[in-house]
Design a protein around this ligand. Structure first.
Ligand SMILES: CC(C)(COP(=O)(O)OP(=O)(O)OC[C@H]1O[C@@H](n2cnc3c(N)ncnc32)[C@H](O)[C@@H]1OP(=O)(O)O)[C@@H](O)C(=O)NCCC(=O)NCCS
Length: 191
């Protein structure tokens, strides 16, 4: 199965408590201070709610700022792209498509920091986000995407539903705490 294809429209209408809201994913090449603050808040809230996006709780915005700024350097250089999920124009999640410096690896990319703010989780927006990521990747001529998931979280199930397949594990690569090592699960999806 190939990666989930986007619905024909750029936006998706999500109905919640009878109210219709517009969810959209767009490629962002320049992140201003306001958006940077939103991304930092999102990543902090997601991590403190138990999300597996590179850190373990508790974290502060200051803890995550260097990691975010490193990601944004790649975006601003033009090599990488931020996929921004908004609901009614408010930041609701994001992911980053990271390309390779190697000329032998320009036909695929790695997806990092996939997240939906806890307020919006469980409503189908993670699927909307990844479908948007796949669309952006296809537009850039990429042929497949690779990502990793933290073992023991079950989150690989989210990606498998979207057409990703496992291509191995690095046993114990993620030390979430002393005595709690998790596998890093390598997943990929043709576009
Ligand atoms: C993982 C995440 C992006 C999913 O977003 P979401 O909006 O909650 O997911 P959706 O509502 O779109 O779910 C889509 C499908 O995936 C499933 N799913 C969602 N999260 C899952 C999880 N953690 N484990 C297994 N399946 C999951 C849903 O049940 C749904 O299945 P269905 O299509 O059969 O109904 C979101 O929960 C999140 O940000 N988690 C914290 C950060 C994180 O761990 N990111 C992963 C980094 S590798």
């Amino acid at each position: 199965m190939s990666c989930a294809r986007r619905r024909p429209r750029a936006c998706r209408a999500a109905r919640e408590n009878g109210r219709v809201s517009a969810a959209e994913v767009r490629a962002v090449a320049t992140v201003d201070d306001v958006l940077r603050r939103d991304l930092l808040s999102c990543w902090t809230d997601v991590t403190n709610a138990g999300g597996a996006v590179g850190f373990v709780p508790p974290v502060s915005r200051d803890d995550l700022a260097p990691a975010l700024d490193w990601l944004l350097e790649g975006v601003h250089s033009g090599r990488d792209v931020l996929a921004l999920l908004t609901v009614d124009d408010a930041t609701a999640g994001f992911a980053v498509l990271v390309g390779s410096l190697s000329p032998l690896r320009r036909h695929w990319a790695t997806v990092l920091r996939v997240q939906v703010h806890p307020t919006f989780q469980g409503r189908g927006l993670g699927r909307v986000l990844m479908t948007g990521v796949h669309d952006i990747a296809r537009t850039r001529g990429l042929e497949f995407l690779r990502l990793t998931a933290r073992g023991g979280t079950g989150v690989d199930g989210f990606y498998r539903r979207l057409g990703y397949q496992e291509h191995g594990r690095l046993p114990g690569a993620v030390r979430v705490a002393a005595g709690d090592d998790r596998d890093e699960i390598v997943l990929a999806c043709p576009l």
